[in-house]
Design a protein around this ligand. Structure first.
Ligand code: ZN
Ligand code: ZN
Length: 350
């Protein structure tokens, strides 16, 4: 049997991505080969592109990209719940279900979390644990483009759950990128009053459209934390604040927005080796809570796809434009320049 070839973006190192001809993977037992219809860029891909790898997720040379949807091309032995021609969305990881953390239902902390990369290509082979837990049939009304948002939206839903807020609460979302915008939308849907902060008026306007009650450009205020506090509970501060930029300095500003007893959700992953400081008095006398949130879980993946299906077109503003695979560099440039929230990548037109 001759091996067929496909185009794929191979990451060799820092900002070194080459479109190459590589073998189409063959699905083994329990695996599913997906023909990728659309992929999407995300902040993590941008970091991987600039740093030339990712400590937890991948080592070059490697195919990369992790948000995608497509059509089942072939199934491996033993797969009965998927068939060729079926439209699917796929999450980029799966927990093992057996380790110390999985048995304690902390699935995002799984010691054997399996990651899938290679969405910037024509085909991808989905490993068995992901097929079993996080490969989902696409409902009829969901387009391939919006289906790519399932993974980041599932992380946001996990983040909202871990924040533990109720309708009528005030929540500050810090960061006007795609993740911050999705937080705004989900929180507003749940009847939470949202204050979005960011540095770009155009992006803040998108947040308004997704349900933010107030938007605040931090470049235009002297003290961002204070400017947020005065908006909630007669100046006491917000019930919760969510950090979506991945900068230690913003983690600290986020803590300063809270009322007594408030919860900080530090969601944005910072560069490795960095740290931030918290005043001891804020934790002791004000009883603020600091929570880190990482990635998502299979139930949040299902919830994300359900939300996308019930609200077609709602998250469209986050898919800024579409480019062929051959213009992946341009996609990252648009992300760097903050001209795109996300770029949809079309492998066929490469
Ligand atoms: Zn992502
Ligand atoms: Zn596990």
């Amino acid at each position: 049997m001759t091996t067929s070839m496909m185009r794929g973006a191979v990451l060799y190192g820092r900002e070194d991505v080459r479109l190459e001809s590589v073998p189409v993977p063959q699905p083994g037992p329990g695996e599913v080969l997906v023909h990728i219809e659309r992929a999407a860029t995300c902040g993590t891909d941008l970091k991987v592109f600039h740093r030339g790898g990712h400590a937890r997720m991948l080592k070059p040379p490697t195919l990369f990209g992790h948000e995608f949807s497509g059509v089942v091309a072939a199934v491996g032995p033993g797969v009965s719940n998927f068939h060729a021609g079926q439209r699917v969305a796929c999450h980029n990881s799966a927990p093992c279900g057996r380790c110390f953390y999985c048995v304690r239902e902390r699935l995002s902390l799984c010691e054997n979390l399996l990651f899938l990369n290679g969405a910037f290509a024509e085909f991808i082979c989905v490993p068995e644990p992901i097929v079993r837990q996080n490969l989902l049939a696409l409902p009829d009304g969901v387009c391939f483009e919006e289906a790519c948002l399932m993974e980041p939206l599932s992380c946001v839903l996990h983040g909202v759950d871990r924040t533990g807020v109720r309708p009528g609460d005030w929540v500050a979302v810090n960061g006007d990128g795609a993740i911050g915008q999705m937080f705004v939308w989900v929180l507003a849907l749940r009847g939470i009053r949202v204050i979005l902060t960011g540095g770009n008026d155009h992006r803040l306007a998108v947040g308004n459209g997704l349900g933010a009650e107030y938007v605040l450009n931090y470049r235009k205020v002297a003290d961002e934390a204070q400017a947020v506090r005065v908006l909630a509970h007669n100046g006491r501060g917000v019930d919760a604040a969510i950090e979506c930029t991945g900068q230690p300095k913003v983690w600290e500003i986020t803590l300063g927005m809270l009322r007594k007893g408030g919860i900080a959700n530090l969601f944005g992953g910072c560069p490795s080796g960095t740290s931030f400081s918290v005043g001891t008095e804020a934790v002791h006398y004000n009883e603020i809570e600091v929570r880190g949130v990482f990635h998502s879980t299979p139930s949040h993946v299902r919830e994300a796809l359900g939300l996308i299906a019930r609200h077609p077109g709602r998250l469209r503003p986050l898919l800024s434009c579409e480019l062929p695979l051959s213009e992946l560099h341009e996609a990252f440039r648009l992300m760097d320049d903050r001209k795109a929230f996300k770029v949809v990548i079309h492998p066929e037109t490469a």
